[in-house]
Design a protein. Structure first.
Length: 141
């Protein structure tokens, strides 16, 4: 699972590689749904297992809430992938992925932003503590 200290290193590399290809072909400027559809095609081409817009439940003190959330992608049955097409990540985006990780009990989330000239992404292990003033940048682990 962990190689050289990075959780799901090979899987993350393949996911980010697919996103880089989508960004290389489309560039920035489209809405998130366009990148989501293109990334799905790239996942198929590369044989990356995924579920798109997977509905996940929220457990509150042992009771499943009627409200659910949808992750853009779940890859390899263990990585939450959340896509954005914005000028910069915000604390809200960071908090969103932490909430998804907590609710899903998965160990790794990846935020990908197609809204800049260069693809921006951040790997977020569930074990990392979230701080509102966290600086989010390109290819942090």
């Amino acid at each position: 699972m962990e190689e050289h200290g990075l959780l799901y290193k090979n899987e993350s590399f393949r996911i980010i590689g697919a996103a880089l290809e989508v960004h290389k072909v489309l560039g920035c400027g489209f809405i998130e749904a366009v990148y989501q559809e293109a990334l799905e095609e790239e996942f198929k081409k590369r044989g990356i297992p995924y579920e798109r817009e997977k509905e996940l439940t929220i457990d509150y003190k042992g009771k499943l809430l009627s409200k659910t959330f949808r992750a853009d992608f779940i890859c390899y049955d263990k990585i939450i992938l959340e896509l954005k097409a914005v000028s910069d990540f915000t604390n809200d985006h960071h908090a969103q992925i932490y909430s998804y990780l907590k609710a899903s009990r998965m160990d790794l989330g990846i935020l990908i932003n197609f809204g800049k000239a260069n693809l921006d992404y951040i790997r977020i292990p569930a074990s990392r503590k979230w701080k509102q003033d966290t600086v989010i940048g390109n290819s942090q682990q």
